[in-house]
Design a protein around this ligand. Structure first.
Ligand SMILES: [Zn+2]
Length: 148
């Protein structure tokens, strides 16, 4: 009996042996049947697999209900997708309607000032200058108004 722990079968190699994928690279050096550790692990894997396979007997009604649920989920997704483009479209339409409603045309540009001749300009300037006192004189006038 060869029970060298370094040459024990890996779980992956045991699974390959269980599913008939490989004979295992260690089969010649370390036969599974001759090692109680490897044989116990193989039996554990075999019983797990049999338990899973035995539970695979599914009734036709269960499969039909499962198919119906899948179709229903696909339909719901389609319905949700059809709504997904309507919401942004509606929002865009609202923004466009609001923009049209609130649009005010730009005011016309102000009329250009009338061109004055030099003589008009200087006469206006002289009228402005002669008709006004400097602002600094206003408090002095106020003093005289109080004393009267
Ligand atoms: Zn072993």
């Amino acid at each position: 009996m060869n029970s060298n722990p370094q040459t024990h079968w890996t779980d992956e190699a045991l699974l390959g042996l269980l599913y008939g994928l490989t004979r295992g690279p260690d089969q010649d050096q370390h036969p599974v049947e001759s090692c109680p550790d490897c044989l116990a692990r193989l039996e554990t894997l075999r019983t797990s697999r049999q338990a899973i396979v035995a539970g695979g007997d599914v009734s036709e009604d269960f499969l039909r209900a499962q198919r119906r649920a899948i179709y229903q989920r696909i339909e719901n997704r389609k319905r949700a997708y059809s709504w997904s483009w309507r919401v942004p479209l509606g929002a865009t339409a609202m923004v466009v309607a609001l923009a049209v409603f609130l649009y005010r045309p730009a005011p016309p540009p102000p009329a250009e000032p009338a061109v004055l001749s030099d003589a008009q300009f200087f006469s206006e300037l002289a009228a402005e200058a002669s008709g006004r006192e400097p602002r600094a004189a206003e408090p002095i006038h106020g003093l005289f108004a109080e004393t009267e």
